[in-house]
Design a protein around this ligand. Structure first.
Ligand code: IPE
Ligand code: MG
Length: 221
């Protein structure tokens, strides 16, 4: 989700205003995902690098997260949405961590769309923590026998299928340390639309583009 700051600036407003409008895009896309029966919708909400933004903006983004969790419980229960947060949770405040834990526990047995919010996440961090966990759990001989898929259970996305489609808004053409390992065969979709303008029609357009892709996974058809 990129372009909130630019969206606000174009309107002569503070960046914060773009972030709150961006939350409306999250609501719209989640609603569409539920309507279409999409099993997993993942949002890259805050990267490890985003901690280096001005403290005021970091506080605003964490505050928005806290506020959304507070507001969305009924909606998630009504629509059978399972809520999951993945990332380096040790860097989040206690209040936010508790709210996240409560929301994850309450929605944990919902069987519809899983909404994964990547918070304080980076792909390199994920691979490193997976490696450390594997090293702490497995014997050296087992590590030497490991195949690439054997690392999957140690990543924070353990049990979650690799993404089929990755959408990046706002015209930036990079992955910015998102799911580096998991996107090995993901289809990419880039759009100039700024995140606050990315609503149901834009989401459907991205899904239609995905539907016309020919996925060969390096093989010949
Ligand atoms: C949202 O957009 C991404 C978040 C980290 C919340 P930005 O805040 O990166 O907006 P731009 O790129 O400055 O326009
Ligand atoms: Mg940005």
């Amino acid at each position: 989700m990129d372009g909130n700051g630019r969206w606000a600036k174009l309107r002569g407003k503070e960046r914060v205003y773009g972030h709150s409008e961006g939350v409306e895009s999250v609501r719209a896309c989640l609603e569409k995902a539920v309507e279409l029966g999409i099993e997993y919708l993942s949002l890259y909400a805050f990267s490890e690098e985003n901690w280096n933004r001005p403290q005021e903006e970091v506080d605003t983004l964490m505050g928005l997260m806290m506020q959304c969790i507070g507001q969305e419980l009924d909606n998630f229960m009504k629509n059978n949405i399972r809520f999951v947060v993945l990332g380096n949770r040790t860097r989040l405040g206690d209040g936010l961590n508790e709210a996240i834990d409560r929301m994850m526990a309450t929605t944990g047995s919902n069987t519809g769309t899983t909404l994964i919010v990547f918070l304080s996440y980076s792909g390199k961090w994920d691979i490193l923590q997976a490696m450390k966990k594997a090293a702490a759990t497995l014997a050296l001989g087992q590590i030497q026998q490991m195949k690439t898929e054997d690392l999957d259970p140690y990543l924070v996305t353990a049990g979650v299928p690799d993404p089929d489609l990755l959408i990046r808004t706002s015209g930036e053409l990079r992955i910015s340390n998102y799911m580096l390992w998991q996107t090995a065969y993901t289809e990419f979709y880039f759009t100039d639309t700024l995140w606050p303008d990315f609503r149901k029609p834009q989401f459907v357009q991205a899904l239609e583009a995905y539907a016309s892709r020919d996925r060969r996974y390096g093989k010949v058809k």
